[in-house]
Design a protein around this ligand. Structure first.
Ligand SMILES: C[S@@+](CC[C@H](N)C(=O)[O-])C[C@H]1O[C@@H](n2cnc3c(N)ncnc32)[C@H](O)[C@@H]1O
Length: 224
């Protein structure tokens, strides 16, 4: 999207929709409704619309993303949870029981952890990420439902006491082949960190390391 300088939209939905549409937002009406609801003043609305028109992901502008009906805080610079990942969360929910130790590896904002912890009260919830910005964001989401978020490289982030106790390991790790990153939407390339996207030459480098770690010592009952 390209910047679209214009007058303040005030609280006029039609103007906001027109600005978003001119900037290439496909769901301009829906986005306008969310931005209008988020802004307390015309000046604040103007600032939000300008950020969106300049190409920031809607979720970064709003500060949250919807995931399985939950509102997940998403800070700038943190991977935006995708709706398609709700399927992965549903798989983790289906195999989790009260008392299960659940680990959301490569947690980003912690959306999957929050989805599992909310749907299955009583799980022991852990999440981990290598990116300090993701860890800060995940703590805001996972902390209030009693989960812990650890910082570090894959399993090295986890407390040693979890070894052999993990019931459910769920991971939406980076999966984009390095050469394909250039073909991703500009929103992702410009506003999501490379470490969240880059899965190496075939996109599976981090996934392979997660699978290897699961086999060698951590031995979760279920991996999804
Ligand atoms: C595709 S994003 C997914 C985030 C989250 N699971 C979700 O679905 O919204 C991948 C995440 O993996 C993290 N990550 C990448 N390499 C990692 C590593 N070696 N150890 C831990 N986390 C890593 C990134 O920081 C990023 O937050």
């Amino acid at each position: 999207m390209t910047a679209h300088p214009s007058a303040s939209p005030g609280f006029d939905p039609t103007t906001v929709v027109a600005q978003l549409r001119a900037a290439g937002c496909v769901f301009a009406e829906d986005e306008a409704r969310l931005l209008l609801a988020a802004a307390r003043t015309p000046r604040a609305l103007d600032a939000l619309v300008r950020r969106r028109v300049a190409g920031e992901p809607l979720e970064h502008v709003l500060g949250w993303a919807e995931f399985r009906g939950l509102r997940i805080a998403v800070d700038p610079g943190v991977f935006v949870p995708r709706r398609r990942t709700e399927l992965l969360a549903a798989e983790a929910v289906a195999v989790s029981r009260p008392g299960s130790v659940v680990v959301d590896m490569c947690c980003g904002s912690g959306a999957v952890a929050v989805a599992v912890g909310t749907a299955v009260p009583g799980v022991e919830l852990h999440a981990a990420d290598v990116d300090p910005a993701a860890v800060r964001c995940a703590r805001r989401n996972v902390g209030p439902i009693g989960g812990l978020v650890h910082e570090g490289d894959l399993f090295a982030a986890l407390p040693a006491g979890l070894r052999g106790r993990v019931g459910v390991l769920v991971a939406n790790a980076p999966y984009v082949p390095t050469d394909a990153i250039a073909t991703m939407p500009q929103e992702a390339r410009d506003h999501e960190p490379r470490v969240a996207l880059d899965g190496g030459h075939d996109g599976l480098d981090v996934q392979r390391r997660v699978a290897a770690g699961a086999r060698s010592g951590w031995r979760p009952v279920v991996t999804c």
